[in-house]
Design a protein around this ligand. Sequence first.
Ligand SMILES: [Zn+2]
Length: 245
Amino acid sequence: MTRPALAAAALAVTLAAGAAGAAEVAVTWDADLAPPADPAAYERQLRAIVSDSRARVVAALGMEPGPLLSVQIHSRAGYQRRFGAEAAHLDAARFVGEVVHVNGGARLDDRFAGLVVHEMVHAALDARGTAAALPRWLDEGLAERLSWSRRGQGSPAPNQVAELRQALERKELVPLPGTGELSRLGYLRSWAAVVFLEGKVGRERVLATVRATLGGEPFERALRRECAMSPEELDGGFQAWVGGL
Ligand SMILES: [Zn+2]
């Protein structure tokens, strides 16, 4: 190692130590994202969003993302180089290994902050590598729940209610998806189901169900004990709730 490299390594260690005390998440971004006029302001704002997202997720779930979590903000071109053209077209973000990748961050607005929160929920739920034990709707529904809260919305807006009721009429509202990729409607149903369930039994019971499932208990058994309902009763209650919105 050359002397300048040593100096750089020492600096990196100092920065990491300074960040570790505040449980900060490492953040990197593509150089072409920051406005050339004021890259420092971009960095400040970006770091504040990531830091706030982490704090929100920890406060809401009582679970921490793994200590190695990092966030990488890619320009559209950078995301395409990394994941291919189709992914760059379809993805808003993805969580891979210990890294949250965000597709685009030229505008650090509420939508962007919501995306970061969404992915950080996945990171917290998967801190022990067991998030796949959760039904898909619950994993994505919790991520959407905190994401929409970050954007100031706690329950479905009129247009979303209309979409949910159409799904109910077409008999596409339930069963809630246990596995697989979700459509846009799938995300909406999953979010709404979490809103319903929290309203019915309270967030604490929902989180107790989540913790037990992440710990290795079958979801259905945890749901029966913590929320006093079967998956069928959950689906039925959710349908009735949507019908009354
Ligand atoms: Zn997700």
